[in-house]
Design a protein around this ligand. Structure first.
Ligand SMILES: Nc1ncnc2c1ncn2[C@@H]1O[C@H](COP(=O)(O)OP(=O)(O)OP(=O)(O)O)[C@@H](O)[C@H]1O
Length: 223
C-alpha cells in the first residue's frame, strides 16, 4: 500500500528576500522507500544569510530530505541546486575513534583545502564557540557522546561552507552548549551563510527564517 503524504509540501521565497542569492534550491522532491512515499513534492529554497528549520514527526522524512539536499541520496523526482560549498553534519557522528580531534581537523581541513595550521586554528575556534576547550591528546573514542557530537558539528563547518546542513546536531549537548550552538548558527547567518537545521526543538522556530514542516497531515506551506 502506498501511504503517501497528501499534498505537495514545502517552503519557497517570501516577500523581501528575493535580492539575496539562492544557495539551496530543492524543487518537487519525491522519495519512496519501496512503495512507501516519504516525500511528496517537497520544495525548499534557502538564500544566503538565512536559517531554515526542517521539522516533523518521527519518520516524516527530515533526514531523508537533508541527505537529498547534501547529494547523498537521489530523489525519485525533483531537482536540487546548491550554489557554492556544502558542509553536512549527519545525525550519527561520522568520526573515527582511533584519531584525536586535532587529527580530524587535519584530515577534514586538508580535504577542504586548508593547511594544517589553518585547519587546527579553525577547528579550535569552532570548538571554543561550542564551549569545548581542546587540551591534551585524547582519542575520540574516549570523548563523551556530547563532545563527540560537537566534533561532528565542527567538522561540518571547518571548510567555511556556503551551505550548512545539520541533522539534529546538538544531541547530547548540555544546556549551555545548546545555547552556544544556536549562537553559532546566528553568527553563520550574520556571515551570510545559508543554514538548514533538522530539529525537534520547536522553541527556536520563531527565530528562524523558514520552517519546512514534513509532518504528513500538515503538508503545507508555513512561510
Ligand atoms: N534506507 C531506507 N530504507 C527503507 N526505509 C527507510 C530508509 N531510510 C529511512 N527509511 C524510512 O523512511 C522514513 C523517513 O525516515 P527519516 O529518517 O528521513 O525520518 P526522520 O523524519 O528524519 O525521522 P526521525 O525524526 O525519527 O529522525 C522512516 O519511516 C524510515 O523508517
Amino acid at each position: 500500500m502506498d501511504d503517501s503524504v497528501g499534498s505537495p509540501q514545502g517552503v519557497v521565497d517570501g516577500a523581501g528576500s528575493v535580492d539575496r542569492r539562492v544557495v539551496l534550491e530543492a524543487r518537487g522532491i519525491v522519495k519512496r522507500y519501496k512503495r512507501r512515499r516519504v516525500l511528496n513534492g517537497v520544495d525548499l529554497v534557502v538564500r544566503e544569510g538565512e536559517v531554515a528549520a526542517i521539522v516533523g514527526s518521527n519518520g516524516a522524512g527530515k533526514s531523508t530530505m537533508l541527505k537529498i539536499c547534501a547529494g547523498l541520496l537521489s530523489p525519485d523526482k525533483g531537482r536540487v541546486m546548491v550554489a557554492g560549498s556544502l558542509g553536512y553534519c549527519p545525525q550519527n557522528a561520522g568520526v573515527m575513534g582511533f584519531l584525536t580531534p586535532e587529527e580530524h581537523f587535519s584530515l577534514f581541513g586538508t580535504g577542504r583545502g586548508l593547511n594544517f595550521e589553518e585547519a587546527d586554528r579553525r577547528g579550535r575556534k569552532l570548538a571554543g564557540e561550542l564551549d569545548w576547550e581542546i587540551s591534551g591528546k585524547v582519542l575520540v573514542k574516549d570523548l563523551s557522546g556530547g563532545v563527540r557530537q560537537k566534533l561532528n558539528v565542527v567538522l561540518s563547518a571547518l571548510g567555511d561552507p556556503d551551505l550548512l546542513l545539520l541533522d539534529e546536531p546538538y544531541q547530547g549537548f548540555d544546556h549551555g552548549s545548546y545555547v552556544d550552538f544556536w549562537r553559532s548558527v546566528w553568527s553563520w547567518r550574520e556571515a551570510g551563510k545559508a543554514v538548514v537545521v533538522v530539529t525537534h526543538m520547536l522553541n527556536q522556530l520563531d527565530q528562524v527564517d523558514r520552517v519546512l514542516d514534513l509532518t504528513p497531515e500538515k503538508g503545507r506551506r508555513h512561510q
